[in-house]
Design a protein around this ligand. Structure first.
Ligand SMILES: NC(=O)c1ccc[n+]([C@@H]2O[C@H](COP(=O)([O-])OP(=O)(O)OC[C@H]3O[C@@H](n4cnc5c(N)ncnc54)[C@H](OP(=O)(O)O)[C@@H]3O)[C@@H](O)[C@H]2O)c1
Length: 230
């Protein structure tokens, strides 16, 4: 049985990952900032006793990640999905930059996933699938940068860069590390005009994650498995 640790699972793509993986028969450590404010996730967990364990996690906090590590201990994890992220609001363009906000975006979007990989690499080594996924964005592609959104773009560009470094660092342990762009998806972040539903995006990413092997580690893919430029 596949065991996953997924962040940001109370809504959006994170919730949909939990919904689809539990339907597939997996066991999920579902992390979110405020379980008490996550009624959909709690209901899903209650509908699948023993299959979804809900944990409290703020990916921006070292202490919160350490607490989660103590809760999970040395239990094997097959797939880590670093999904939690923020867009960063309006003040991130030339002429109106909120630098404090930018630091928060970097802390959540870049340092957050790295905190999780650092804390749970032993668990991934003990797992059978050995995959660490980061939900990134095509907006982090330097080759495709068409301006604006400095905080979000730089946080995802840095995330991609570090995932590539981690792919090299963890290759000898057989751990596949891959950043994945989910497409433009109808969630609170993607907004109502996005062309993709969470169901379609996550179905594509699940198929991709299932196919990934160590030879793919350090590559950058979209939700359909197409390789993207850095
Ligand atoms: N939707 C798109 O079109 C799109 C496109 C490209 C990339 N992405 C990426 O896909 C991922 C999921 O996005 P989404 O569309 O599902 O966005 P969303 O609906 O806004 O959900 C974001 C999730 O991240 C969580 N989160 C934010 N800050 C956190 C923190 N410090 N600690 C723990 N959890 C935190 C949120 O929890 P709270 O409810 O507690 O805030 C929420 O569960 C993100 O990494 C995003 O950058 C999305």
């Amino acid at each position: 049985m596949l065991t996953l640790l997924i962040t940001g699972t109370n809504r959006g793509l994170g919730f949909e990952f939990v919904r689809q993986y539990v339907a597939q028969g997996a066991m999920i450590h579902a992390a979110c900032r405020h379980p008490a404010r996550a009624p959909d996730l709690i209901k899903l967990a209650n509908d699948h006793p023993g299959k979804i364990i809900v944990h409290t996690l703020d990916v921006a906090s070292d202490a919160s990640v350490e607490h989660l590590k103590r809760e999970i201990g040395n239990k094997p994890i097959d797939v880590l999905i670093n999904n939690a992220g923020v867009y960063g609001g309006d003040h991130q363009n030339h002429g109106a930059i909120d630098f404090t906000n930018w630091m928060d975006v970097l802390n959540i979007n870049t340092l957050g996933p790295v905190r999780l990989v650092e804390a749970f690499s032993e668990n991934l080594r003990a797992g059978s699938a050995k995959k660490a996924i980061a939900i990134t964005s095509q907006m982090g592609s330097t080759a495709g940068n068409n301006g604006g959104y400095f905080a979000y773009r730089s946080s995802k560009a840095a995330l991609n860069n570090v995932m590539r470094g981690l792919a090299l660092a963890l290759k000898a342990d057989g751990i596949t590390v891959v950043p994945v762009h989910p497409g433009w998806v109808k969630t609170d972040m993607g907004g109502p005009n996005a062309p993709l539903s969470p169901e379609e995006s996550v179905r594509g990413m699940r198929e991709l994650i299932g196919r990934l092997s160590l030879g793919d580690s350090g590559k950058f893919f979209d939700y359909q498995g197409k390789e993207l430029p850095w």
